[in-house]
Design a protein. Sequence first.
Length: 168
Amino acid sequence: MNKLVVVDQGSGAEVSARIVETEAYRSDDPASHSFNGPTPRSAVMFGPPGVLYVYLSYGIHSCANVVVGADGDGQAVLVRAVVPVDGLQTMRDRRAGRVDTDLANGPGKVCAALAIGLADNGTDLTAPTARIHIVDDGIPPPAHPLVGPRIGITKAIDTPWRFRTPSR
DNA sequence: AAAGAGATGGTCT
DNA sequence: GACCATCTCTTTT
């Protein structure tokens, strides 16, 4: 956590934001897309770490995950919320009518604000040529993140695998 | 301020 | 053909 997502917006423009809220999913977790083994959609979750997994939620919203764990594990971390760092005005324009605190405080909003879509599924975040990168700018993960149950799922509801950086 | 419902489409059975 | 790791708008206190 606390790392930066940097997205190349084309024409040299860049937008970046700090990850402040995540959820964990893995293959022994009934709520995970990887629970029943690899499918055409969830295949990238079983690939090597450092790859972006994007899926369409409720037919409307894109949600972004980062694959973690070893190749074949089927683990990923959902990016639930980010705080704008660079390109704040771009995000405001892209999500007109919202106050700043609502720009990217949900999985679908994160993708809307950062312009991440299904086309970005499978992006290798470690490749220099990738449009999207994860950057560690030296700020460490919070020592005591707020922990709670995950949101919007129907299985494994009592598994507290949502993490958020304290304060705001 | 809080609560309820509709939108909408890829994926899996 | 049913299910959803959601968001936004509308209606009701």
